[in-house]
Design a protein around this ligand. Structure first.
Ligand code: ARG
Length: 409
Protein backbone atom coordinates (compact mmCIF):
# COMPACT_ATOMS: atom_id res chain seq x y z
CA UNK A 1 0.00 0.00 0.00
CA UNK A 2 1.18 3.53 -0.79
CA UNK A 3 2.26 5.32 2.36
CA UNK A 4 0.12 8.17 3.56
CA UNK A 5 0.92 11.62 4.93
CA UNK A 6 -1.44 13.86 6.86
CA UNK A 7 -0.50 17.46 6.05
CA UNK A 8 -1.40 20.50 8.18
CA UNK A 9 -2.99 22.54 5.42
CA UNK A 10 -3.69 26.28 5.53
CA UNK A 11 -4.69 26.89 1.93
CA UNK A 12 -1.73 29.22 1.38
CA UNK A 13 0.99 28.97 -1.22
CA UNK A 14 3.46 26.89 0.78
CA UNK A 15 1.12 24.18 2.03
CA UNK A 16 -0.57 24.00 -1.39
CA UNK A 17 2.63 23.23 -3.23
CA UNK A 18 3.65 20.97 -0.33
CA UNK A 19 0.81 18.62 -1.34
CA UNK A 20 2.30 18.10 -4.79
CA UNK A 21 5.89 18.20 -3.62
CA UNK A 22 5.29 15.40 -1.09
CA UNK A 23 3.62 13.28 -3.78
CA UNK A 24 6.46 13.84 -6.25
CA UNK A 25 9.38 13.53 -3.84
CA UNK A 26 8.19 10.92 -1.38
CA UNK A 27 5.74 8.93 -3.53
CA UNK A 28 3.06 9.25 -0.86
CA UNK A 29 -0.67 9.91 -0.77
CA UNK A 30 -1.51 13.20 0.89
CA UNK A 31 -4.45 13.89 3.17
CA UNK A 32 -4.84 17.64 3.71
CA UNK A 33 -6.24 18.67 7.07
CA UNK A 34 -7.22 22.29 7.66
CA UNK A 35 -8.06 23.26 11.22
CA UNK A 36 -10.32 26.21 11.94
CA UNK A 37 -8.95 27.82 15.09
CA UNK A 38 -10.81 31.08 14.49
CA UNK A 39 -8.48 32.62 11.91
CA UNK A 40 -9.57 35.64 9.84
CA UNK A 41 -12.64 36.20 12.04
CA UNK A 42 -12.25 39.98 11.65
CA UNK A 43 -12.53 39.71 7.88
CA UNK A 44 -15.51 37.34 7.81
CA UNK A 45 -13.62 34.06 8.19
CA UNK A 46 -11.83 31.80 5.74
CA UNK A 47 -13.52 30.36 2.65
CA UNK A 48 -13.16 26.74 3.72
CA UNK A 49 -14.81 25.34 0.59
CA UNK A 50 -12.25 27.10 -1.57
CA UNK A 51 -9.46 25.85 0.67
CA UNK A 52 -10.69 22.26 0.41
CA UNK A 53 -10.97 22.46 -3.37
CA UNK A 54 -7.45 23.89 -3.63
CA UNK A 55 -6.01 20.97 -1.67
CA UNK A 56 -7.81 18.50 -3.92
CA UNK A 57 -6.69 20.40 -7.04
CA UNK A 58 -3.12 20.18 -5.76
CA UNK A 59 -3.49 16.40 -5.64
CA UNK A 60 -4.61 15.50 -2.13
CA UNK A 61 -6.63 12.27 -1.98
CA UNK A 62 -8.74 13.81 0.72
CA UNK A 63 -9.16 17.28 2.22
CA UNK A 64 -10.84 17.78 5.57
CA UNK A 65 -11.75 20.95 7.46
CA UNK A 66 -12.06 20.60 11.21
CA UNK A 67 -13.91 23.22 13.22
CA UNK A 68 -11.81 23.49 16.39
CA UNK A 69 -12.91 26.97 17.46
CA UNK A 70 -14.76 25.95 20.61
CA UNK A 71 -11.98 23.53 21.53
CA UNK A 72 -9.36 26.22 20.96
CA UNK A 73 -11.24 28.52 23.34
CA UNK A 74 -12.04 25.98 26.04
CA UNK A 75 -8.97 23.79 26.14
CA UNK A 76 -6.22 26.21 25.09
CA UNK A 77 -7.23 29.86 25.68
CA UNK A 78 -8.83 29.16 29.07
CA UNK A 79 -5.74 27.41 30.53
CA UNK A 80 -3.68 30.34 29.22
CA UNK A 81 -5.95 32.71 31.15
CA UNK A 82 -5.64 30.65 34.33
CA UNK A 83 -1.86 30.79 33.89
CA UNK A 84 -1.89 34.55 33.07
CA UNK A 85 0.35 33.43 30.24
CA UNK A 86 2.63 35.94 28.58
CA UNK A 87 5.93 34.81 27.07
CA UNK A 88 8.78 37.09 28.10
CA UNK A 89 6.23 39.04 30.10
CA UNK A 90 4.50 40.33 26.99
CA UNK A 91 3.32 37.90 24.31
CA UNK A 92 0.10 36.00 25.09
CA UNK A 93 1.21 32.95 23.05
CA UNK A 94 -1.17 33.36 20.13
CA UNK A 95 0.50 30.98 17.63
CA UNK A 96 1.96 28.80 20.38
CA UNK A 97 -1.56 27.98 21.62
CA UNK A 98 -2.98 26.93 18.26
CA UNK A 99 -0.24 24.49 17.29
CA UNK A 100 -1.09 21.85 19.91
CA UNK A 101 -4.77 21.97 18.83
CA UNK A 102 -3.72 21.39 15.23
CA UNK A 103 -1.29 18.64 16.23
CA UNK A 104 -4.01 16.82 18.16
CA UNK A 105 -6.21 16.71 15.06
CA UNK A 106 -3.33 15.80 12.74
CA UNK A 107 -2.47 12.82 14.89
CA UNK A 108 -6.13 11.73 15.11
CA UNK A 109 -6.46 11.99 11.31
CA UNK A 110 -3.18 10.12 10.82
CA UNK A 111 -4.58 7.28 12.92
CA UNK A 112 -7.92 7.32 11.10
CA UNK A 113 -6.24 7.13 7.68
CA UNK A 114 -3.47 4.75 8.69
CA UNK A 115 -0.83 7.34 7.82
CA UNK A 116 2.79 6.87 8.80
CA UNK A 117 3.71 10.56 8.60
CA UNK A 118 2.41 13.97 9.47
CA UNK A 119 3.75 17.01 7.61
CA UNK A 120 3.76 20.78 8.07
CA UNK A 121 4.75 23.76 5.95
CA UNK A 122 7.06 25.51 8.43
CA UNK A 123 10.55 26.63 7.58
CA UNK A 124 13.57 25.84 9.71
CA UNK A 125 13.82 29.29 11.30
CA UNK A 126 10.73 29.47 13.44
CA UNK A 127 9.06 28.12 16.54
CA UNK A 128 6.13 26.51 14.80
CA UNK A 129 8.19 23.60 13.42
CA UNK A 130 9.26 22.91 17.01
CA UNK A 131 5.66 22.94 18.22
CA UNK A 132 4.42 20.67 15.41
CA UNK A 133 7.18 18.15 15.80
CA UNK A 134 7.62 18.02 19.56
CA UNK A 135 3.81 17.95 19.92
CA UNK A 136 3.51 15.09 17.44
CA UNK A 137 6.27 13.13 19.14
CA UNK A 138 4.55 13.61 22.50
CA UNK A 139 1.20 12.28 21.26
CA UNK A 140 2.46 9.70 18.80
CA UNK A 141 6.14 8.81 19.22
CA UNK A 142 5.85 6.31 16.35
CA UNK A 143 4.79 8.86 13.71
CA UNK A 144 7.42 10.49 11.53
CA UNK A 145 7.32 14.14 10.54
CA UNK A 146 8.03 15.60 7.11
CA UNK A 147 8.84 19.29 6.70
CA UNK A 148 9.10 19.96 2.95
CA UNK A 149 9.59 23.73 3.27
CA UNK A 150 12.74 23.06 5.26
CA UNK A 151 14.33 21.13 2.40
CA UNK A 152 12.88 22.20 -0.93
CA UNK A 153 14.91 25.40 -1.25
CA UNK A 154 12.24 27.22 -3.26
CA UNK A 155 12.00 31.02 -3.33
CA UNK A 156 8.57 32.61 -3.39
CA UNK A 157 8.88 33.04 -7.15
CA UNK A 158 9.88 29.39 -7.58
CA UNK A 159 6.86 28.36 -5.54
CA UNK A 160 4.46 30.40 -7.68
CA UNK A 161 6.00 28.82 -10.78
CA UNK A 162 5.71 25.34 -9.25
CA UNK A 163 2.01 25.97 -8.50
CA UNK A 164 1.41 27.17 -12.07
CA UNK A 165 3.20 24.13 -13.51
CA UNK A 166 0.91 21.75 -11.61
CA UNK A 167 -2.26 23.81 -12.13
CA UNK A 168 -2.68 24.57 -8.45
CA UNK A 169 -5.14 27.48 -8.15
CA UNK A 170 -3.90 30.26 -5.86
CA UNK A 171 -5.33 33.53 -4.70
CA UNK A 172 -1.95 35.22 -4.34
CA UNK A 173 -1.78 37.85 -7.02
CA UNK A 174 -0.18 40.93 -5.47
CA UNK A 175 3.06 40.96 -3.55
CA UNK A 176 2.51 39.49 -0.13
CA UNK A 177 3.56 42.11 2.39
CA UNK A 178 3.58 40.20 5.68
CA UNK A 179 3.64 36.69 7.09
CA UNK A 180 0.49 36.32 9.15
CA UNK A 181 -0.69 33.69 11.59
CA UNK A 182 -4.00 34.12 13.36
CA UNK A 183 -6.57 32.47 15.55
CA UNK A 184 -9.18 33.29 18.14
CA UNK A 185 -6.48 34.47 20.59
CA UNK A 186 -5.01 37.04 18.18
CA UNK A 187 -2.78 37.65 15.24
CA UNK A 188 0.98 37.59 14.62
CA UNK A 189 2.37 39.74 11.82
CA UNK A 190 5.95 39.31 10.62
CA UNK A 191 8.28 40.11 7.67
CA UNK A 192 8.38 42.96 5.20
CA UNK A 193 9.30 46.44 6.51
CA UNK A 194 8.78 45.39 10.12
CA UNK A 195 11.81 43.11 9.94
CA UNK A 196 13.78 46.28 10.74
CA UNK A 197 13.12 46.69 14.48
CA UNK A 198 13.51 50.47 14.12
CA UNK A 199 10.67 50.83 11.61
CA UNK A 200 7.32 51.84 13.01
CA UNK A 201 4.75 49.20 11.98
CA UNK A 202 2.64 50.77 9.23
CA UNK A 203 -1.08 51.09 10.07
CA UNK A 204 -1.89 48.53 7.36
CA UNK A 205 -0.49 45.68 9.49
CA UNK A 206 -3.45 46.07 11.83
CA UNK A 207 -6.88 44.61 11.13
CA UNK A 208 -8.16 43.55 14.57
CA UNK A 209 -7.32 46.79 16.37
CA UNK A 210 -8.51 49.51 14.03
CA UNK A 211 -9.73 52.27 16.37
CA UNK A 212 -13.25 52.99 15.18
CA UNK A 213 -14.98 53.56 18.55
CA UNK A 214 -15.54 57.22 19.40
CA UNK A 215 -17.09 57.13 22.90
CA UNK A 216 -15.47 55.56 25.99
CA UNK A 217 -17.29 52.55 27.39
CA UNK A 218 -17.13 49.94 30.12
CA UNK A 219 -17.54 46.18 30.06
CA UNK A 220 -17.94 43.89 33.07
CA UNK A 221 -16.39 40.45 32.77
CA UNK A 222 -17.73 37.75 35.10
CA UNK A 223 -15.45 34.87 36.15
CA UNK A 224 -16.22 31.53 37.78
CA UNK A 225 -13.23 29.64 39.17
CA UNK A 226 -10.95 31.68 36.93
CA UNK A 227 -12.96 31.05 33.76
CA UNK A 228 -14.60 34.04 32.05
CA UNK A 229 -18.31 33.23 31.81
CA UNK A 230 -20.17 36.48 31.17
CA UNK A 231 -20.02 39.93 29.60
CA UNK A 232 -22.18 42.57 31.28
CA UNK A 233 -24.15 39.80 32.99
CA UNK A 234 -24.84 37.83 29.78
CA UNK A 235 -23.64 34.24 30.12
CA UNK A 236 -21.47 33.21 27.17
CA UNK A 237 -19.42 30.16 26.24
CA UNK A 238 -15.67 30.82 25.95
CA UNK A 239 -15.56 31.01 22.16
CA UNK A 240 -18.30 33.62 21.60
CA UNK A 241 -17.09 35.51 24.67
CA UNK A 242 -13.55 35.82 23.28
CA UNK A 243 -14.84 36.62 19.78
CA UNK A 244 -17.10 39.36 21.10
CA UNK A 245 -14.32 40.88 23.19
CA UNK A 246 -11.99 40.87 20.18
CA UNK A 247 -14.48 43.05 18.33
CA UNK A 248 -15.28 45.36 21.25
CA UNK A 249 -11.77 45.85 22.64
CA UNK A 250 -10.26 45.91 19.14
CA UNK A 251 -12.53 48.81 18.18
CA UNK A 252 -10.67 50.92 20.76
CA UNK A 253 -7.33 50.09 19.15
CA UNK A 254 -6.25 48.23 22.31
CA UNK A 255 -4.26 45.00 22.23
CA UNK A 256 -1.30 45.86 19.98
CA UNK A 257 2.18 44.62 20.81
CA UNK A 258 5.49 45.45 19.21
CA UNK A 259 8.39 43.48 20.61
CA UNK A 260 11.66 41.71 19.98
CA UNK A 261 11.44 38.13 21.23
CA UNK A 262 13.72 35.14 21.62
CA UNK A 263 12.73 32.23 19.41
CA UNK A 264 13.51 28.68 20.53
CA UNK A 265 15.94 28.27 17.63
CA UNK A 266 18.21 31.06 18.91
CA UNK A 267 17.04 33.90 16.68
CA UNK A 268 15.78 37.23 17.96
CA UNK A 269 12.80 38.37 15.95
CA UNK A 270 10.76 41.55 15.76
CA UNK A 271 7.12 40.69 16.21
CA UNK A 272 3.95 42.67 15.85
CA UNK A 273 0.81 41.28 17.44
CA UNK A 274 -2.82 42.17 17.86
CA UNK A 275 -4.62 40.38 20.66
CA UNK A 276 -7.40 42.59 22.01
CA UNK A 277 -9.51 39.95 23.81
CA UNK A 278 -6.45 38.16 25.19
CA UNK A 279 -4.94 41.32 26.65
CA UNK A 280 -8.24 42.43 28.19
CA UNK A 281 -9.01 39.00 29.66
CA UNK A 282 -5.53 38.56 31.11
CA UNK A 283 -5.75 42.01 32.66
CA UNK A 284 -9.14 41.30 34.22
CA UNK A 285 -8.29 37.78 35.37
CA UNK A 286 -5.09 38.72 37.15
CA UNK A 287 -6.87 41.64 38.81
CA UNK A 288 -9.53 39.29 40.19
CA UNK A 289 -6.73 37.08 41.54
CA UNK A 290 -5.38 40.11 43.43
CA UNK A 291 -8.74 40.24 45.21
CA UNK A 292 -9.32 36.55 45.82
CA UNK A 293 -6.02 34.66 46.14
CA UNK A 294 -4.42 34.13 49.51
CA UNK A 295 -1.04 35.83 49.62
CA UNK A 296 1.33 32.83 49.62
CA UNK A 297 -0.64 31.00 46.93
CA UNK A 298 -0.64 34.16 44.84
CA UNK A 299 3.09 34.79 45.22
CA UNK A 300 3.95 31.19 44.34
CA UNK A 301 1.62 31.23 41.35
CA UNK A 302 3.21 34.38 39.98
CA UNK A 303 6.61 32.65 40.16
CA UNK A 304 5.37 29.66 38.17
CA UNK A 305 3.44 31.54 35.48
CA UNK A 306 6.45 32.53 33.34
CA UNK A 307 7.58 28.89 33.32
CA UNK A 308 4.22 27.76 31.92
CA UNK A 309 4.40 30.39 29.18
CA UNK A 310 7.95 29.35 28.33
CA UNK A 311 7.04 25.66 28.09
CA UNK A 312 4.10 26.39 25.80
CA UNK A 313 6.14 28.79 23.67
CA UNK A 314 8.85 26.14 23.35
CA UNK A 315 6.47 23.49 22.04
CA UNK A 316 6.06 21.56 25.29
CA UNK A 317 2.27 21.84 25.59
CA UNK A 318 2.06 18.05 25.90
CA UNK A 319 4.64 17.53 28.63
CA UNK A 320 4.63 16.37 32.25
CA UNK A 321 5.78 19.68 33.75
CA UNK A 322 3.12 21.62 31.85
CA UNK A 323 0.50 19.12 33.10
CA UNK A 324 1.72 19.46 36.66
CA UNK A 325 1.63 23.25 36.48
CA UNK A 326 -1.93 23.09 35.09
CA UNK A 327 -2.93 20.98 38.08
CA UNK A 328 -1.46 23.57 40.45
CA UNK A 329 -3.08 26.49 38.63
CA UNK A 330 -6.46 24.73 38.57
CA UNK A 331 -6.25 24.19 42.32
CA UNK A 332 -5.57 27.92 42.84
CA UNK A 333 -8.63 28.98 40.84
CA UNK A 334 -11.33 27.52 43.14
CA UNK A 335 -12.25 30.94 44.51
CA UNK A 336 -11.33 33.17 41.58
CA UNK A 337 -14.97 34.05 41.14
CA UNK A 338 -16.37 37.53 40.70
CA UNK A 339 -16.55 40.45 38.31
CA UNK A 340 -14.07 42.92 36.90
CA UNK A 341 -15.05 46.24 35.34
CA UNK A 342 -12.89 47.34 32.44
CA UNK A 343 -12.95 50.81 30.94
CA UNK A 344 -12.07 51.35 27.29
CA UNK A 345 -10.99 54.57 25.67
CA UNK A 346 -8.69 55.48 22.77
CA UNK A 347 -6.10 52.71 22.73
CA UNK A 348 -6.43 52.06 26.45
CA UNK A 349 -8.12 49.41 28.56
CA UNK A 350 -7.86 49.43 32.33
CA UNK A 351 -9.52 48.04 35.43
CA UNK A 352 -11.82 50.45 37.24
CA UNK A 353 -13.54 48.04 39.65
CA UNK A 354 -13.66 44.45 40.90
CA UNK A 355 -15.89 42.51 43.30
CA UNK A 356 -16.32 38.94 44.49
CA UNK A 357 -18.58 36.99 46.85
CA UNK A 358 -15.37 35.40 48.19
CA UNK A 359 -13.22 38.51 48.18
CA UNK A 360 -10.38 38.48 50.71
CA UNK A 361 -10.54 42.25 50.85
CA UNK A 362 -12.06 42.97 54.29
CA UNK A 363 -13.28 46.54 54.53
CA UNK A 364 -13.27 46.44 58.33
CA UNK A 365 -9.58 45.51 58.33
CA UNK A 366 -8.58 47.93 55.58
CA UNK A 367 -10.53 51.04 56.52
CA UNK A 368 -9.19 54.08 58.36
CA UNK A 369 -12.66 55.24 59.37
CA UNK A 370 -14.72 54.46 62.49
CA UNK A 371 -15.81 51.00 61.35
CA UNK A 372 -12.22 49.80 61.76
CA UNK A 373 -12.05 46.25 63.23
CA UNK A 374 -8.27 45.80 63.12
CA UNK A 375 -6.65 45.09 66.54
CA UNK A 376 -4.00 47.82 66.58
CA UNK A 377 -2.44 46.57 69.82
CA UNK A 378 -1.44 43.29 68.08
CA UNK A 379 0.81 45.19 65.70
CA UNK A 380 3.40 46.22 68.28
CA UNK A 381 4.55 42.74 69.33
CA UNK A 382 4.31 41.46 65.77
CA UNK A 383 6.56 44.18 64.42
CA UNK A 384 9.05 43.82 67.30
CA UNK A 385 9.50 40.08 66.61
CA UNK A 386 9.56 40.63 62.87
CA UNK A 387 12.59 42.91 63.34
CA UNK A 388 14.26 40.94 66.13
CA UNK A 389 16.61 39.05 63.83
CA UNK A 390 18.04 42.12 62.11
CA UNK A 391 18.23 44.00 65.41
CA UNK A 392 20.36 41.17 66.88
CA UNK A 393 22.55 41.10 63.80
CA UNK A 394 23.03 44.86 63.96
CA UNK A 395 23.97 44.89 67.66
CA UNK A 396 26.30 41.87 67.59
CA UNK A 397 27.91 41.79 64.16
CA UNK A 398 27.66 45.37 62.95
CA UNK A 399 28.68 46.71 66.37
CA UNK A 400 25.72 49.04 66.68
CA UNK A 401 25.43 49.08 70.50
CA UNK A 402 22.56 47.83 72.52
CA UNK A 403 20.76 44.70 73.55
CA UNK A 404 18.04 43.99 71.02
CA UNK A 405 16.35 41.54 73.35
CA UNK A 406 15.53 44.26 75.84
CA UNK A 407 15.69 47.44 73.74
CA UNK A 408 12.67 49.67 73.80
CA UNK A 409 11.19 48.12 76.95
N1 ARG B 1 6.80 34.49 16.95
C1 ARG B 1 5.50 34.02 17.22
C2 ARG B 1 5.53 32.65 17.86
O1 ARG B 1 6.49 31.98 17.73
C3 ARG B 1 4.60 34.08 16.00
C4 ARG B 1 4.76 33.00 15.01
C5 ARG B 1 3.91 33.25 13.83
N2 ARG B 1 3.94 32.18 12.90
C6 ARG B 1 3.94 32.34 11.58
N3 ARG B 1 3.97 31.24 10.88
N4 ARG B 1 3.93 33.50 11.00
O2 ARG B 1 4.61 32.24 18.52
Amino acid sequence: MTERVVLAYSGGLDTSIAVRWLMENHGVEVIAVAVDVGQAADTGGEDWDAIRSRALAAGAIEATVIDARAEMAEDYCIPAILANAKYEGKYPLVSALSRPVIVKHLVAEARRHGASYVAHGCTGKGNDQVRFEVGTRALAPDLNVLAPARVWGLTREDSIEYAAKWGIPLTVTKEKLYSIDENLWGKAIECGVIEDPWNRPPEDVYTMTVPTATEPTEVTIGFESGVPVSLDGRMLAPEPLIAELNTLVGSFGYGRLDMVENRRVGIKSRETYECPAAMALLLAHSDLEDLTLERDVHHEKVRLEPRWAELVYDGLWFSPLKQALDAFFNETQKHVTGEVRLRLDQGRCWVVGRRSPVSLYDHGLATYDASDTFRHQDAEGFVRLWGLGVATWSAVQEGRAGNPGVAGR
